[in-house]
Design a protein around this ligand. Sequence first.
Ligand code: NAD
Length: 421
Amino acid sequence: MTDVAVGGMKSAWQVALQQYDRAADKLNLGPAVREVLRYPKREVTVHFPVQLDDGSSRVFTGYRVWHNLARGPAKGGMRFHPESDLDEIRALAMLMTWKCGVVGIPYGGAKGGVDVDPRLLSRNELEHLTRRFASEIAILIGPERDIPAPDLGTDAQIMAWIMDTISMHSGHSVTASVTGKPVDVGGSEGRQEAAGRGVTYLSLEALKYLHIEDETPTVAVQGFGKVGASTARLLTEAGLRVVAVSDSRGGVYNSKGLDLEALLEHRQVRGGVSGFKKAEDVNNEELLALPVTVLLPAASENQITQANADRVQARLVTEAANAAVTPEADRVLHDRGVVLVPDILANAGGVIASYFEWVQDLQAFFWEEEEVNTKLHHIITRAFYDVLHTSVNKRVDMRTAAYVIAVQRVANATTVRGIYP
Ligand code: NAD
């Protein structure tokens, strides 16, 4: 594990350690447990061949990392992304440990991925790749050990293929081995939109805290994918005005508000949001600097940095994408009075609903969507106020407060299990 910055940019793992160290300092953690939490418990790298449609074959590389399992089995997304590497997956596994800790659900943190651009594969190739990868890491996966979920570049279908592969290895259906599956094979009602629903609940709660609920708050969403699109719709339903959205090809802006249904149709035809007639095109840098009430980075890591944080005009940033805001940008936003709801709290709706899905699969007893949403609202709102109170009492920003709560819970579990003094 390198601690050396490449080309002046901190690696994802360095950033994760920096966030952790800040919380460990605040908590005055003992040296033994402090060191244990600085390392992932297990890292698996696999290289596996996949036969392509033209008869040739190609070797792909995949990873699965467990960070800390003191509070329960490993839980975390599986991403198919061309820039996935071990450093990033390791950082995201640690983030999952804190995410489960801060919202108080009984899991440890994990993450996995394959270094691949899924858009370049046919459906047949994607299924072969998924099944082969699942076989390679099958020794790790299972309801009591490690439960993957969708992430960047993966979806419910891919989860169904993983579940089916694990079930074939076991000789019976093991529906609780993955979450984010289709409802037809043991998925949960409400899971698909849960991350966006959590982002929505917390954005509304934070606006209440900021006492700006009487205006019509405006919203810009960077990343119009699973999380960004559902959050945009839910916030519109809640009475906010979504004025800008973007995807990897560019964005669109209309200060009077976007017609999201028409925009989704446009994207269906054009493959992206750019060129939408009822709005002007903006690039991603311009979108981040728009005069809006709420900014939702819902795309990928390192989008708000020291270089652009001083241009953010929003009063609230809800960090829907993992690690979208760098530690340096955190400081700039905090100094400028911009409230940040940090990733481990903001997007925890996905893992909370995954927890519900796992519980339902284990009990073979399924809930109505309303029950899922009500329980999600309860857990994530309680966590928000835990973080807010810690932030006020300890006079730290919301990210540090979230980390302080999460790290303390994981350190307690690690220590009380008696493994480390
Ligand atoms: P997704 O693949 O469905 O959507 C990502 C979107 O971001 C796409 O529209 C893509 O075009 C866009 N994008 C990529 N790079 C961009 C850039 N530089 N500028 C603007 N747009 C860009 O992924 P998702 O599931 O919505 O995940 C988004 C983020 O939320 C990720 O960080 C993921 O880890 C996190 N997250 C997702 C879930 C979930 O349940 N899906 C849960 C928790 C956290």
